[in-house]
Ligand binder design. Sequence first.
Ligand code: KIV
Length: 294
Amino acid sequence: MSHAPRTQAQLTLTDLRATAAEGRKLVMVTAYDAPTAGIADAAGVDMILVGDSVGNVCLGFDSTLPVTMAMMRHHLEAVARAHPRAFLMADLPYLSYHLSPADALRNAGSLVRAGAQAVKLEGGRKRLDAIKALLDADIPVMGHLGLTPQSLHAMGGYRVQAKEATQALRLLEEAHALQEVGCFALLLEGIPAELGRRATESLAIPTIGIGAGPHCSGQVLVFHDVLGLIPGSGPKFVRTYLDGFGLLSEALGRWVGDVREGAFPGKAESYMLPDAARAALDAWTPPGSSPEAE
Ligand code: KIV
């Protein structure tokens, strides 16, 4: 099965800015392959993020740290082949933008070549040189502050960030530094809702929240979380709209039962011979078998 060619123009940064300027919420979801991109697009999202959460939800890792550029490109290319209408972004994975601005640019450039219209990277002031290098090559950048999963060990685990006054003020300063350098938007993850509101109200660029309260300019969630594809309870900030795991495994189980009972495949799922070929088959005897005695 292949995917249809592009039928609608893809959303651009200009479209996203217009949506935000009109005060309409931006909606982003992650996707990791052509079918998930197709579903996201059919649902009408503004942005698709090929997130490094691919490591957790598709590749079986327990963090995003093992995700490499090769993995990101592989999944991004699959999403891009679905020709989504949504604005397509990709995460720069751990250590792909930390070594030098030139390295960051090479890696971001390869994501753009694979179909990304923008990239996202984690961190504030420490990342300004890398961000400048990308912007200098006309690669739009979304910043990411608060709970930054690539800093898992430095943060001491996945925990809500910036609950203390000094940390909250530092986050606001970092947010403004990212705006100043030229990020087109800022993802805020795992911070108190009041801080999400303050950041959003004080910035001119849109904020996209995940566990950052309702006041952000937009929201993002992980595809598998929204659709309940992974059993077990997720973070507090997730709202699950479907028992995807339950529904899919129940449906697949019915097929398993049908196969075991001989109910699949039936006539509808089988190819039939034309009459003449069937008659020839009926008249055929296996080599070495004796013709029936008269
Ligand atoms: O990789 C990811 O899923 C993310 C989330 C914050 C959306 O970056």
